[in-house]
Design a protein around this ligand. Sequence first.
Ligand code: NAI
Length: 390
Amino acid sequence: MNEISEKIGVIGAGAMGSGIAQVAAQQGHQVILSDTSQGALDVSRTKLKKVLARLVEKGKISPEKSDSISSNISYTLSMSDFKECAFVIEAIVERLDVKKVVFKELETIVSTETILATNTSSLSVASIAAACEHSERVIGVHFFNPAPLMPLVEIVPSVQTSKAVLQKSIELVSSWKKTTVLAKDTPGFIVNRVARPFYGEALRIYEEGIADFATIDWAMKEMGGFRMGPFELMDFIGNDINYAVTESVFTSFYFDPRYKPSFTQKRHSEAGWLGRKSGRGYYDYSEDAQPKLASQDKDLGQQILWRVLVMLINEAADALFWNIASAEDIDLAMTKGVNYPKGLLQWADDIGIDLCVEEMDRLYDLYHEDRYRCSPLLRRKKSEGSAFFS
Ligand code: NAI
């Protein structure tokens, strides 16, 4: 890339924009971080100071490095400062109308060479790109929260994105020591699509009265090796946020019952039981709270894990069936983006694809709901006697 490539623009100084600015600044880029709110810029600057001080304290970076990261970022209320940026990443509020206005304006400021990226997690990249005259320069670059710590970035070209823009974006983000995966511009990309059953099937198991929150979490952690149980994780993410993602994926998939949101989560959200941030979610986070005890019935635990895991595997297989990403990238996305103990397609190979198909068919026979339809690819693999890898 030429010399202006050293300058990176980030729009939106919230959680994601601040994190992305830090990542680029750590790699030695000059970063311009913009926001319409001076308050947001001030908070972002103060937070970065604290994060860097902690890193110095822990011996992870030198005081000189901390100074250079800080001085690499400049804060502004005006997008006109993006004039010399080779790459601009937008991380503002998740609203198509607002993003479109920003992209349209941005195009009048930057050079014709500048790549315009969006960090959207639920909107179509094509619809954002359509706001630009040169829509071929627009691409999705989806970081995970917190951006400085999470290694995965989903790279999402839209139907309009040029090959050169895709290539340059992959090169740049990879040079920031991130693992990139390539995802089709479809709802939820890879991670937010494939992960849906982790929450949805766990909620359904609870709603059917099969087990309580603590037992389901225990089964997924103890027997499945997941770092957090689904209810702990939903409490961590926030029930309002997690519910909104599910609803958006459900709506965007033309109401496919596989992604149907849960009343339990909706009611928790409506009650203000959002999780850790509100002090109460599926669990009570107050100081004198009594811990919820799991039943620790091994047979029940196995049954819970098996049902959720096979639904996840089915979702991963279906994402591959629809060419959302390669098998390698689907597995990489789930291990690096949400810390799954193993890639789901590798897991299917290890368990045996025939057993996965049998479980999907058992669930379908039991409920006669489209939610439990087996992916055609899983069924094809079974009949061919083939695996996803090797
Ligand atoms: P946030 O609410 O923390 O920050 C958004 C910032 O954008 C605010 O500081 C706001 O003042 C600013 N803003 C709003 N309109 C603006 C405009 N027209 N021009 C300039 N600045 C404007 O939001 P967050 O969580 O950082 O999300 C930002 C984007 O990243 C969204 O598209 C979201 O879907 C996506 N995302 C969020 C993740 C998360 O876990 N929070 C993960 C991955 C993607």
